[in-house]
Design a protein around this ligand. Structure first.
Ligand code: ZN
Length: 376
């Protein structure tokens, strides 16, 4: 007689029991379970063994305060697993809705845990956030995390890093004579080094030396190589502005500062002695209308990740994620963002950006954002 029948247990029960054991530290069978948890008061780690191709989306919900992990088509049994003493108060999986509900002891967010993990795993790091921030996540009704578990043999995605300006176009010039084109190149090269050390992505640069590259050529490089992401690095000048900020494409700017930045950036070709319009207004409008929803969503996501990571590394300009009509962001198929590392017009930002350790910190923050983006 098969063991399952003798004991009266079905495979479902075994799995549910396994899930339950997974909540206990040092459980003997933990290696073979589909879920592992480490539940601390300031940080919880949740590791789900899902298999390649499994889609997931994590949203925040209120009353009760919880995170909902949507796992379409996942063949897990019903389970209700009370946890104790940490951020996670209770875990439930409902196969009727394909939902794993993570009840929270306090308001928290989930992000992908850095590092590769085992193939087929979704590794979520849950950390507390302010109630206000959580309320905004709930109101957004958009997943804070969404993606597909990678296929093992997937080639690493290509990220194009664009060091702003170069050659005859110095970009902004700080009060102490710092040239934007040098700051952008040094930071872009450091970002390349860090991304390659992380091993998650391949990297291409629009320039690796002090040369002039037209804006359209920068965009074309990313399109031709089917880049997964285009990141343009700048450190411009804007009266009174200070701190890092991130820009995505919109045909109308969200504020005068963004509009002025885009106007000046879009003139870079003229500064290099070129008179070619990089894109006519009509073409720009058409490109914009063709821009696929997923490109826009991708741009918004890398901007959100970059803002969040930069916020842990440096001061931020208020309303950190802004939008304007930057030519360099106009590829309809490449999710793109432009990062202002700071403003050379601010003497404090200029002094900081001259320091290699500060630039390395910024590059590390951007590398974390990119790695999180491609894992998502
Ligand atoms: Zn610039």
């Amino acid at each position: 007689m098969p063991a399952d029948e003798r004991s009266g247990l079905t495979r479902r029960h075994w799995l549910a029991a396994g899930l339950l054991t997974g909540l206990l530290p040092h459980a003997a069978a933990a290696q073979t379970l589909p879920l592992r948890i480490s539940n601390g008061p300031r940080r919880a780690l949740l590791t789900l063994s899902l298999g390649p191709g499994q889609r997931y989306a994590v949203t925040a919900a209120a009353s009760p305060t919880r995170l909902v992990v949507q796992l379409p088509g996942l063949a897990w049994p019903t389970a209700n697993l009370p946890a104790r003493g940490g951020l996670i108060a209770d875990l439930r999986f409902d196969p009727a809705t394909d939902r794993l509900t993570v009840l929270l002891a306090e308001t928290a967010r989930a992000r992908l845990r850095p590092g590769a993990g085992a193939p087929g795993e979704l590794r979520l790091e849950i950390t507390p956030i302010e109630e206000d921030a959580f309320r905004r996540l709930v109101a957004a009704r958009q997943p804070m995390l969404r993606g597909t578990i990678a296929e093992a043999a997937r080639t690493r995605p290509l990220v194009v890093i664009d060091a702003g300006h170069g050659g005859r176009d110095p970009g902004a010039i700080g009060g102490n004579g710092t040239l934007e084109k040098r700051i952008t190149l040094a930071t872009a090269l450091e970002l390349k080094r860090q991304l390659e050390a992380g091993g998650q992505v391949r990297v291409a640069m629009t320039r690796t030396r002090d040369v002039f590259v037209p804006l359209s050529a920068r965009v074309e490089l990313a399109r031709r190589q089917e880049a997964a992401l285009f990141l343009s690095i700048h450190a411009d000048s804007a009266p009174g502005a200070r701190g890092a900020s991130v820009y995505t494409l919109s045909d109308t700017a969200t504020d005068p500062l963004s509009e002025a930045l885009a106007r000046r950036e879009n003139n870079a070709d003229a500064m290099g002695g070129l008179r070619l319009p990089s894109v006519t207004p009509d073409v720009a409008r058409i490109l914009l209308s063709l821009m696929r929803a997923e490109t826009q969503a991708g741009s918004a996501r890398i901007a959100r990740l970059a803002v969040s990571e930069l916020g842990e590394a440096t001061n931020l300009l208020p309303n950190t994620h802004r939008q304007a009509a930057f030519v360099v962001l106009k590829s309809p198929e490449t999710p793109s963002a432009l990062v202002e590392l700071g403003f050379l017009s601010s003497s404090a930002d200029e002094a900081a950006l001259r320091q290699p350790p500060h630039r390395a910190r910024l590059a590390r923050a951007l590398a974390r954002a990119v790695d999180e983006y491609v894992r998502g």
